[in-house]
Design a protein around this ligand. Structure first.
Ligand code: MG
Length: 376
């Protein structure tokens, strides 16, 4: 079997959802999704189409590593090139599974679990009062989720310098109060994660993490930027609140220091962005050696989300997967399955070949990303 054609399409959603279609001379086709690669990733995939033509599509890891090393000067350690290769990699896995008639998880070593626990990124706003917070949390719990995440950064004083990392008393108290209101509304049976989007300095982060200890958070996310390994480690060492990071890191090399120095308690690679299924399985395996849970970041459509589920199913240390499309009505209609893949806060792995979901192109095209082509 040989690759004959590689093409792209893109839709709007949480960000740009970039679709990669790989066709073969055997008539088998694979579809991949990658996110946060932007227009650059489209241009990269289109420019790599000639490199892919004529190759054996089953050599998934070798194709990825060959192209990454060949174009290493163009961003082979992180950014749009890695994301473009990720879209290609996921399409190759889908193609290989379909050609062999097996789900991708069977090709990754088989399942540790049949369904994947999902948490909802929900829209609790810093300006909300307790009743408004409870309304949002009740809505998420009514949909069956047993875990959720809120953002607590933003909403500082109007005159606050947005480049300054220090949380003053007002901002600290506001964040703690918002977390307290959310945890009270969620109750003991719903896990709560809190994201601060790398906005704090070390003393502000330690203070927040310690004041969150009574709430038993699922985690506090990226209190400082994840590339500041020693700063992250200092926070992790200073609190019993679990610290989680990694949504903007790439490849296993990007995670190595974070894991080996045990600078966090939980890692959160974005699978359809940072290297794909093989790479993220390796990241999970490295984390497992330090008894560290794996809780992938995820803003993808149902297809990229399901691709992530195949990795989550095949590693022992999976904790929970993100869901970030709470109020997009085409979450259920953008696949030909036409139903919500999330039931009772979980996604079940199917025994369908490949990723196991197909894009409904008629629906997807209604959300075509401006200025992009459609599988031309
Ligand atoms: Mg985050």
């Amino acid at each position: 079997m040989k690759i004959t054609r590689v093409s792209t399409a893109a839709t709007t959603g949480h960000c740009m959802h970039l679709w990669v279609k790989i066709e073969t001379d055997a008539g088998v086709t694979g579809l991949g999704e990658c996110v946060h690669g932007g227009m650059q990733a489209i241009a990269i995939i289109q420019s790599l189409a000639n490199d892919l033509a004529g190759r054996d599509p089953f050599a998934v890891d070798a194709i990825f590593e060959d192209l990454r090393r060949r174009y290493v000067f163009d961003g082979g350690t992180g950014g749009a090139l890695v994301t473009a290769l990720t879209g290609i990699e996921i399409a190759l896995w889908d193609l290989k599974g379909k050609a062999l008639g097996v789900p991708v998880y069977e090709l990754l070593g088989g399942k540790f679990r049949d369904r994947i626990r999902v948490y909802a990124d929900c829209e609790v706003d810093p300006a909300m009062n307790a009743d408004q917070v409870r309304q949002v949390v009740d809505g998420v719990v009514a949909e069956g989720f047993t875990a959720l995440k809120i953002d607590v950064d933003g909403g500082g004083r109007a005159d606050k310098d947005r480049f300054n990392f220090t949380a003053d008393q007002y901002e600290h108290d506001r964040m703690v109060r918002l977390i307290e209101m959310t945890c009270e509304a969620a109750g003991p049976d719903v896990s709560v994660a809190v994201d601060v989007h790398t906005r704090l300095d070390v003393p502000s982060a330690v203070r927040l993490a310690r004041d969150c200890e009574p709430f038993q958070l699922m985690w506090l996310e990226e209190p400082v930027p994840p590339e500041k390994i020693d700063a992250m480690r200092e926070i992790t060492r200073a609190t019993s609140t679990p610290i989680c990071a990694g949504e903007n890191l790439y490849l296993r090399y990007g995670f190595r220091d974070l894991i080996e120095k045990q600078a966090v308690n939980i890692v959160m690679p974005d699978i359809p962005k940072c290297g794909g299924l093989s790479e993220c399985r390796k990241i999970a395996n490295l984390a497992e050696m330090y008894y560290m849970p794996f809780a992938p970041h995820n803003v993808a459509s149902p297809i990229g989300t399901m691709a992530s589920c195949h990795v989550c199913a095949t590693v022992p240390n999976f904790l929970v997967l993100e869901f970030h499309w709470l109020h997009r009505d085409y979450w259920t209609t953008i696949t030909t399955q036409g139903t919500d893949i999330i039931q009772d806060g979980h996604i079940a792995l199917s025994d369908r070949p490949g990723i196991g979901l197909e894009l409904n192109e008629e629906v997807a095209r209604q959300h075509q990303y401006p200025g992009t082509t459609w599988f031309d």
